[in-house]
Design a protein around this ligand. Structure first.
Ligand SMILES: NC(=O)c1ccc[n+]([C@@H]2O[C@H](COP(=O)([O-])OP(=O)(O)OC[C@H]3O[C@@H](n4cnc5c(N)ncnc54)[C@H](O)[C@@H]3O)[C@@H](O)[C@H]2O)c1
Length: 330
């Protein structure tokens, strides 16, 4: 893990009960920060944050301009992660617009009003659509194939516009398929890693949408959190967008094989029709910019990250279902 000293800093984490947000909240508290979390709990849950850790939880929405202004006023830094996910967004683009764009605008307006030291915004590699060249650098043109990618890109553009127009220190990190502990398989957008683990655990055949040759850049959550916090703290990040990934391309077929091996399962996956949200064929990010400017590199290999995630997954399932038996043992 990167050495981070957040001693005494006041950090507002929007979406701080969600998958990445709760990992970031814990990391920030452990590094000495005073954390306030704003989350509407549509997806996030207080149980995601270790109950031994102290922080302030404010249930509410980033669409509430007065509330956002009040909370931003009391913060030195803002990590803005609250968002409608791609499934919710595809089903309800209006809600996506209100939260992902409107909520981001509220955060930036409040940061301008109160002189926040820096806002870091969680964007998405989905803004690239199907790229022209791989690995994808930040110079690649953006191509928005879903309402979700439209809104994530709009959030980034607002960060840039507020930096250029009003001098608001804001930066954006484009995540690529983050996975790891606290990624809830019940959440339809949780990503393939948790879904595959759940299927193996329950003795079901994991479903691969399409032929499984589609590739992604899978990023372990601790790495994503470290890079996000570094971007938030670094004056060099102001007004800039960073790819945040590993630079390693992995097919979904290879991913499922790896997870099966770690979970000691010989269950074969089944290929099913591809979904309307699965229209990106290949994705792997060029991470030179974040490496050179923020001196950040991912620390956790895919095998190690999956091993940690399996460990977390199995302990969580056992806690909730005392008699649960892993398929490999049945
Ligand atoms: N996980 C990934 O692979 C990935 C990839 C690209 C981008 N991102 C971005 O990273 C951020 C975090 O993603 P995640 O995977 O942790 O998702 P998540 O759904 O687990 O977390 C989002 C959190 O935001 C909260 N939220 C939603 N609407 C809100 C609102 N109106 N007001 C306040 N809180 C609200 C949810 O309850 C949840 O806790 C998001 O901005 C997402 O777009 C994630």
């Amino acid at each position: 893990m990167t050495q981070l000293d957040l001693d005494g800093l006041r950090i507002l984490v929007t979406g701080g009960l969600g998958f990445v947000g709760s990992n970031l909240t814990e990391r920030a508290i452990r590094a000495g920060a005073h954390v306030t979390v704003l989350d509407d709990m549509t997806v996030g849950r207080p149980e995601n944050v270790d109950e031994a850790l102290q922080y302030r939880l404010v249930p509410g929405s980033v669409t509430d301009q007065d509330l956002v202004s009040k909370l931003v006023k009391d913060a030195d830094y803002v990590a803005h992660l609250a968002a409608r996910n791609i499934i919710v967004s595809t089903a309800n683009p209006r809600s996506d617009y209100d939260v992902n764009i409107g909520g981001t605008l509220n955060v930036l307006m409040a940061a301008r009003e109160h002189g926040t030291r820096q806002v870091v915004y969680s964007s998405s590699a989905s803004v690239y659509g199907n790229p022209q060249s791989l690995p994808i650098s930040e110079y690649e043109r953006t191509k928005t194939f879903s309402p979700y990618s439209v809104s994530k890109l709009a959030g980034e553009n607002y960060c840039r516009a507020f930096y250029e127009s009003y001098g608001v220190p804001a930066t954006a990190v484009r995540y690529s398929n983050v996975y790891g502990p606290k990624q809830d398989p019940q959440n339809p957008y949780c990503g393939v890693v948790s879904k595959f683990m759940e299927a193996f655990h329950e003795g079901r055949r994991p479903q691969i949408h399409g032929d499984g040759q589609q590739t992604r850049d899978f990023t372990y959550v601790d790495d994503a959190v470290d890079a996000t916090l570094l971007a938030m703290l670094s004056p060099k990040a102001e007004g800039t967008v960073f790819n945040l990934g590993t630079g390693i391309e992995t097919s979904v077929n290879d991913l499922v094989t790896l997870i099966a091996r770690l979970m000691v399962s010989d269950i074969e996956p089944v290929h099913v029709a591809h979904r309307d949200i699965d229209n990106i064929r290949r994705r792997v990010l060029n991470i030179e910019r974040i490496r050179t400017r923020l001196r950040w590199l991912p620390q956790i290999s895919l095998t190690e990250g999956l091993r940690r995630t399996v460990r977390w997954f199995e302990s969580t399932v056992e806690q909730h279902t005392p008699n649960a038996t892993a398929p490999s043992e049945s």
